[in-house]
Design a protein around this ligand. Structure first.
Ligand code: SAM
Length: 268
């Protein structure tokens, strides 16, 4: 971890109670339509933090960027890495960033990755030196469509009946994907994990609060997840603060009338 990465991890941890996580190094590689490239330092935004100068590892399909390991991906995955424990299932391998970070946690026993595209599986393994990851033995990669009927059976064959402690869904190139809450609900109904989440959920949640004139608090979070059939993780005050700060940063704040704002203020 560089000095800059260490400061970013500590800043997130101090503000919200969960920090950044270790990331891999990648060799440039190409397979089918997909490429992994290391980009020179440039200015870009994080998920919450604005305007950082950083090198990025970029995964593209043709000319279309699917993800790049920079502060945006790290800040938007940090909560899910924090929630990972016991048996973890993640939908969408990408660069294996989440799978690696989750496997590095002592409280995670195994990470099962569901990935639809065999080329991505080959590419990530080749580029990241998968076979020599420190906790390689915790990680299993399945080639399966996480939205298909055989997803749960494929996972069950690996867990041998053990329940899933955390499901993290990230199968979309953009956030917040409109279909992400409902599709995570489909995966959660199939797998029945104890808790789940998806990439960009904070912005979907902020949009839900705005549309419903709902306060951004734990009750609102529970209502939003229940509506989509997604089991909630243990929500901390720090995480709700993270959601509120994102809501403000993306200007997704509620359309409260003056009277409603005053009521909210008086209710504390
Ligand atoms: C943005 S990447 C995931 C990044 C990953 N979270 C990481 O930490 O590196 C999205 C991945 O989802 C995969 N994908 C898309 N649709 C899928 C589906 N229905 N089932 C499983 N994987 C899918 C894509 O091929 C791609 O590898």
């Amino acid at each position: 971890m560089t000095l800059q990465e260490g400061k970013q991890r500590d800043a997130l941890l101090a503000s919200y109670g969960f920090g950044l996580f270790p990331v891999l190094h990648y060799q440039p590689a190409r397979r089918g339509e997909w490429t992994i490239a290391n980009h020179l330092p440039a200015v870009g935004d994080g998920y919450l933090t604005r305007a950082v100068v950083e090198e990025r590892v970029v995964l593209s399909r043709g000319r279309h960027v699917w993800m790049s390991i920079g502060l945006l991906e790290k800040e938007s995955h940090a909560w899910h890495v924090h929630c990972a424990n016991g048996t973890v299932v993640t939908a969408g391998l990408g660069l294996g960033m989440f799978a690696y970070a989750a496997a590095m946690k002592p409280e995670v026993e195994r990470v099962i990755v569901a990935e639809i595209d065999p080329d991505i599986i080959e590419l990530m393994q080749q580029s990241s030196g998968f076979h020599s990851w420190p906790w390689r033995e915790k990680v299993e990669i399945l080639q399966v469509d996480a939205l298909a009927a055989d997803f749960a059976d494929a996972v069950k064959a690996q867990t041998r009946g053990r329940s899933v402690d955390y499901l993290y869904a990230d199968i979309w190139p953009n956030f917040p994907a409109e279909e992400a809450p409902a599709q995570t609900g489909v995966m959660a109904r199939a797998l029945k994990p104890r808790a789940a989440g998806w990439w960009g959920q904070e912005l979907s949640f902020a949009g839900f609060c705005r549309a419903r004139q709902q306060r951004l608090d734990e009750a609102g979070f529970r209502a939003f997840f229940a509506e989509n059939g997604v089991p909630v993780p243990e929500v901390t005050e720090g995480y709700l603060r993270f959601c509120r700060d994102l809501m403000a940063a993306y200007r997704l704040g509620s359309k409260d009338t003056l009277v409603q704002r005053l009521r909210n203020f008086l209710a504390g």
